[in-house]
Design a protein around this ligand. Structure first.
Ligand code: ZN
Ligand code: ZN
Length: 135
């Protein structure tokens, strides 16, 4: 049996707790159990260590949110309708077709009125460009 060892007190240094976890792991032959037993004690130290990191993450996240809001506002100001969607392929302002496309109708993009569709007889072209995948 190994020597008795004082259990760290609440607010103990993280290094002391990690040390004790190693000790307990040997005693219990399970690191999971050792961590579970010591977690309430280790928690304040872990949180104190994490708090500056979390602050940075929070700041970065706030920046990202601000940037997204700025972009959305700029798009709205420029008259870009983010809900606009091609009725045939479903492409949008932010997710254009491969190779790029533009609006030829309120809800139809240039990629969907390409040479293949234009080569169809008028009636078939009408069906092709008014086909709604949702129906
Ligand atoms: Zn399209
Ligand atoms: Zn498109």
């Amino acid at each position: 049996m190994s020597a008795e060892r004082a259990r760290p007190q609440e607010g103990a240094e993280l290094s002391e707790l990690l040390d004790y976890i190693d000790h307990l792991e040997e005693e219990l032959e399970s690191r999971d159990t050792a961590i579970r037993i010591l977690w309430p004690l280790a928690r304040p130290a872990v949180e104190a260590m994490m708090s500056p990191i979390l602050d940075v993450i929070r700041d970065v996240w706030a920046d990202v949110q601000r940037t997204v809001e700025d972009v959305m506002e700029a798009l709205e100001t420029a008259g870009v309708d983010l809900n606009r969607r091609c009725r045939m392929c479903g492409c949008t302002e932010l997710n254009a077709c491969e190779g790029g496309c533009s609006w030829v109708e309120a809800d139809l993009c240039s990629a969907c009125t390409g040479p293949i569709v234009q080569g169809l007889p008028a009636e078939a072209r009408d069906v092709a460009t008014h086909w709604d995948p949702a129906l």
